[in-house]
Design a protein around this ligand. Structure first.
Ligand code: IMP
Length: 183
C-alpha cells in the first residue's frame, strides 16, 4: 500500500446513512417482503460477504418460517470497479427447485453481479426469484436491472459499513459511510 493510500484508509468515513435510518428502512423492507411472500415456502439467500449484516437484520423482522442459504461471491481484480466477473467462493447448501427465493444483496452498482446471480439461480429452477438490495447506484448501471426491493438509492460514492467493505475493512461500522477522495 502506498503512503497516499494509507492516509486515505486512515480517514474515518463520513456518515451517509445513519444507523437509525438504516434500521427504520430495514423494518419497512421486511414488512413489504412479508406481505408479498406470506404463506409461501421461502428461501432467503444472503450474498456473502457484503450482505451478512443487512441479511441478519431483515430476517429478524420477517415473522414467517423461512430457510436461510448463503452464496459466497468474490469479484476478480480491482474491487472499486466491477467487471461482473465473479468467483463463487461458497455455494448453496440445499436445492432451491420449486422454492420461492429472495436474494439479499448489499449494493447494486453496475448491476453485473446481480445479473450473474439471477442467471445462476434461475438455472436451478426455483418457483420464483425476488431480489432485495440495500443500496442501489442508479447512475452506475450498465445493464437494465431493477431489484424488487431497494433500501436506498444513492449517488456514485464508494460506501462502507453495515457489512460493506473497502479492501476487507470497515464492515463493522453500524452506519453506511462514504470515503471522501483527496482532490
Ligand atoms: P456490481 O456488479 O457493479 O453491481 O457490483 C456489486 C458489488 O460490488 C457489490 O456487491 C459490492 O461487493 C461491490 N461494490 C459496489 N459498490 C461498492 C461500494 O461503494 N463499496 C463497497 N463495495 C461496492
Amino acid at each position: 500500500m502506498s503512503t497516499r493510500d494509507e492516509k486515505q484508509s486512515m480517514k474515518p468515513p463520513k456518515v451517509l446513512i445513519p444507523e437509525i435510518k438504516l434500521q427504520a428502512r430495514v423494518k419497512e423492507l421486511a414488512s413489504e417482503i412479508a406481505r408479498d411472500v406470506q404463506g409461501k415456502e421461502v428461501v432467503a439467500i444472503c450474498i456473502l460477504k457484503g450482505s451478512f449484516v443487512f441479511f441478519s437484520d431483515v430476517i429478524r423482522h420477517l415473522d414467517m418460517p423461512l430457510s436461510c442459504e448463503f452464496l459466497g461471491l468474490s469479484s476478480y481484480g480491482n474491487k472499486m470497479v466491477s467487471s461482473g466477473e465473479v468467483k463463487v467462493t461458497l455455494d448453496l447448501n440445499d436445492p432451491i427447485e420449486g422454492k420461492h427465493v429472495i436474494v439479499f444483496e448489499d449494493i447494486v452498482d453496475t448491476g453485473l453481479t446481480l445479473t450473474y446471480i439471477l442467471q445462476s439461480l434461475a438455472a436451478r429452477r426455483p418457483a420464483s426469484i425476488k431480489t432485495c438490495a440495500l443500496l442501489m447506484k442508479p447512475s452506475s448501471l450498465k445493464v437494465e436491472i431493477e431489484p424488487d426491493y431497494v433500501g436506498f438509492r444513492i449517488g456514485n460514492e464508494f460506501v462502507v459499513g453495515y457489512g460493506i467493505d473497502m479492501a476487507g475493512k470497515q464492515r463493522g461500522l453500524p452506519y453506511i459511510g462514504y470515503i471522501e477522495h483527496d482532490h
